[in-house]
Design a binder for this molecule. Structure first.
Ligand SMILES: [Fe+2]
Ligand SMILES: [Fe+2]
Length: 295
């Protein structure tokens, strides 16, 4: 009698309640982020007010200065105080820096389910944020800073789904190959959720505005965006650019199509992708700065 037992164990899908609980268990954004958002949105705020809020947190201050002096901002002179950073970089950039510094710990974790080593999701996220902002400026999108934030957080759902993904990964990859579907669709078939959907739940937990939630939810299916389709298209293309540049590819990076509708919605031609890769390669010249920026 053949006693061979099939090793193909069927993956048990996580329930919606379980995913919601996992999202709730993620840390809240530090209060300082809310204060900084409030102050930077008020045109009557002063440099001193913003400086006083940021300087309450010494670790955050050190990270912000490291980020400000990193290759991302390419500023030629060393910035050594928060006041200097505010005056030179402006309120909007400082708000982005505070947010980036606050999510650094979360995003720099190892994400084994998606085959991302320590620091790789951070590199991918900050590169996507920079690419989205650059692209936003190029197409005269009215809120390039919103594009930065959406780019920074687009893959945050991977942190939550990683734990389930570890067992499901092979089945998902096989589904991608057999059915010739994008990775996110296979994620949905096998796990019941995509990292984009789960990321949107994280953005809701952090009370982000609807266009940001939508851009995270649909970054792999930009034609589904309704609230601010241009923002979603920006993140979609920025993400594709980072994958083409090989920044934080992980296990799924090459399994997504680029939607031509996203390019046409922004009035862009295909050639823009190569042009942006060239410009970003100069910006990301020191690859180690992705990791070192906020240590
Ligand atoms: Fe993604
Ligand atoms: Fe991504």
């Amino acid at each position: 009698m053949n006693l061979k037992i099939s090793l193909r164990v069927r993956w048990v899908k996580p329930t919606l309640e379980r995913i919601v609980q996992d999202v709730q268990d993620l840390p809240a954004l530090p209060q300082i982020v809310e204060q900084v958002i409030r102050v930077t949105e008020d045109p009557d705020s002063t440099v001193k007010e913003l400086n006083d809020i940021i300087c309450q947190d010494q670790a955050l201050t050190a990270r912000i200065l490291r980020l400000a002096n990193s290759a991302y901002y390419g500023f030629p002179r060393r910035i050594s105080t928060v006041v200097e950073a505010i005056v030179i970089l402006g309120f909007n950039t400082i708000r982005n820096l505070v947010l980036a510094a606050s999510v650094y710990d979360l995003l720099s974790r190892e994400v084994p389910g998606y085959q991302l080593g320590k620091g790789e999701l951070w590199r991918h996220s900050i590169a996507c944020a920079m690419a989205a902002r650059l692209l936003a400026r190029q197409v005269r999108f009215p809120a390039p800073d919103q594009a930065f934030v959406a780019g920074l957080l687009h893959d945050i759902g991977k942190i939550v789904l990683s734990v389930y993904m570890q067992d499901a990964y092979l089945e998902i990859i096989n589904t991608v190959k057999e059915k010739r579907i994008p990775f996110s669709q296979a994620e949905k078939d096998v796990l019941g959720f995509t990292h984009a959907e789960v990321g949107a739940k994280v953005a809701e937990k952090w009370n982000f505005p609807v266009p940001l939630v939508e851009a995270i939810a649909f970054h792999h299916e930009p034609t589904r965006a309704r609230e601010n389709a241009r923002l979603t298209a920006l993140v979609h293309i920025a993400d594709a650019i980072c994958m083409m540049m090989g920044i934080g590819l992980g296990g799924d990076g090459l399994c997504y199509p680029v939607f031509p509708e996203a390019l046409s919605l922004l009035g862009l031609q295909q050639g823009i992708i190569e042009e942006l890769i060239d410009r970003l390669s100069d910006l990301f010249v020191d690859k180690n700065s992705f990791l070192d920026a906020t240590k």
